[in-house]
Design a protein around this ligand. Structure first.
Ligand code: UTP
Length: 408
């Protein structure tokens, strides 16, 4: 892209300030900035105006969850189906590790966070320790895809190599990077990271499938005969990956997708809740739940919208390919965005100061024809680390590890 073309594009989106330092830049910096302007989707910035607005939704209805008593009664049957699928190489796993972990406040990738007290226990290590249990049960090594972003890719790879992948086979691990989206102030003016770099951030965890395709990994998926992808978050230190019982239950149900869920601990708990929307599976965010939905009861007298997702999904590959082109909602999220000010001075904000634009994996659920909500015991499988202290924190995750006999 030439400078003139860049000016035209910036004018079109009201972002002329991006070239404020042009004359101070070296030739190389100028070229890099032009290249970034060319590949950055500036149209998303207009969504800043929609901050706080929610998307129009359809008609919600309760969705039946497979609950623990049924799972317990059929545990061995499901586990055998799941183990067999894993042995045949039909199950791959995708670790979503492209997030910035801004709430935790560490500059390193979240997976490098050490929750140990008497020894090192890194988040990545905890995840792989759990996956190794599946390896022991099946004698198979599910392909582990790790999605990073350009902000944390090198640090993530170097860390895992340094720790010999915590015992996982390196040749069974494949990294890919997700796409980035520009980040802006509340008026939709893009922030600058430096005088020649637009501030960008990962485009949300729903970016995983298009990024996997863009990285040219579909032939590998096909070649290995992967039929199911287990997508999971980096920050749950009790996360069960390629769980044979979950895999087996989803395959047996004959559905396109499965989602692990926990029983909500309060009607207004801040989790996405499984439901039907216009007859198709969906997830309603806690802030979209009406009082009526919170009060609704099922035929057993239990809350009708009682199960929340924990960012552990199983998706069938053929269905993923079918829905790949569908447009998902774009969420405008308020975050702390480090940048340079108009004098070129670096600013590291203590409070949210602008918008990032993300598509979320939970919105993929509504694209599938059917989905199995699969209940798990919260205390055994859900210990997310979002914050340094308080709810969903290092402290609460340590306590849950202790309850599960995990030495820290
Ligand atoms: P969160 O929604 O908790 O976001 O991610 P985050 O970026 O990690 O943390 P905060 O909000 O800045 O504090 C849930 C999961 O989705 C992944 C994260 O790595 C985590 O596993 N994720 C999130 C991505 O892989 N890419 C993204 O663009 C966003």
């Amino acid at each position: 892209m030439t400078k003139e073309e860049a000016i035209r594009k910036l004018e079109q989106y009201g972002q002329e300030h991006v070239l404020a330092w042009w004359d101070e830049l070296t030739g190389e910096q100028q070229a890099s900035l032009l290249e970034q302007i060319d590949r950055t989707d500036l149209a998303v910035l207009d969504n800043c105006k929609k901050r706080g607005h929610t998307y129009p939704r359809g008609t919600f209805a309760p969705m039946k969850t497979m609950e623990l008593p049924e799972i317990d009664a059929r545990r061995e049957e499901f586990a055998e189906v799941g183990r067999e699928a894993i042995r045949q190489g039909k199950v791959g796993a995708v670790l979503l590790a492209g997030g910035m972990g801004t709430r935790l406040g560490s500059d390193n990738p979240k997976g490098m966070y050490d929750i140990g007290l008497t020894k090192h226990v890194y988040i990545f290590q905890r995840l792989i320790e759990n996956l190794m249990e599946v390896v022991r049960q099946t004698d198979a090594w599910p392909r582990l895809f790790i999605m990073t972003s350009e902000k944390n890719n090198d640090a993530t790879i170097a860390f895992l190599k340094e720790h010999a992948f915590f015992g996982y086979r390196e040749d069974r691990v494949t990294f890919f990077m997700q796409d980035m989206a520009p980040a802006s102030d509340y008026d939709g003016k893009v922030y600058m990271d430096s005088k020649w770099q637009i501030s960008t951030s990962p485009n949300g965890n729903a970016g995983w499938f298009s990024s996997l395709m863009k990285a040219g990994l579909l032939p590998l998926v096909e070649q290995e005969g992967i039929e199911w992808m287990n997508i999971f978050a980096v920050d749950n230190v009790l996360q069960r990956i390629a769980d044979p019982v979950f895999v087996g239950a989803t395959i047996t149900a004959g559905v396109e997708a499965g989602e692990k869920v926990v029983r909500k601990n309060a009607p207004d708990e801040r989790v996405g809740v499984v439901c039907l929307e216009d007859g198709r599976p969906s997830i309603v965010e806690y802030y979209e739940l009406s009082q009526e939905m919170m009060d609704a009861k099922d035929d057993k007298g239990e809350p009708a919208y009682n199960f929340g997702v924990i960012l552990n999904y199983l998706f069938r590959m053929d269905a993923l390919l079918r829905i790949a082109k569908n447009e998902l909602p774009l969420h405008v999220v308020e975050k702390k965005i480090p940048h340079i000010d108009e004098n070129g001075q670096p600013i590291k904000p203590a409070e949210p100061n602008g918008c990032k634009f993300e598509q979320l994996v939970l919105d993929m659920i509504h694209e599938f024809k059917d989905c199995l909500p699969f209940e798990v015991v919260r205390e055994r499988e859900f210990a997310p680390i979002k914050n340094p202290t308080g709810i969903d924190s290092v402290e609460s995750a340590r306590e849950l590890c202790r309850q599960n006999g995990i030495e820290l």
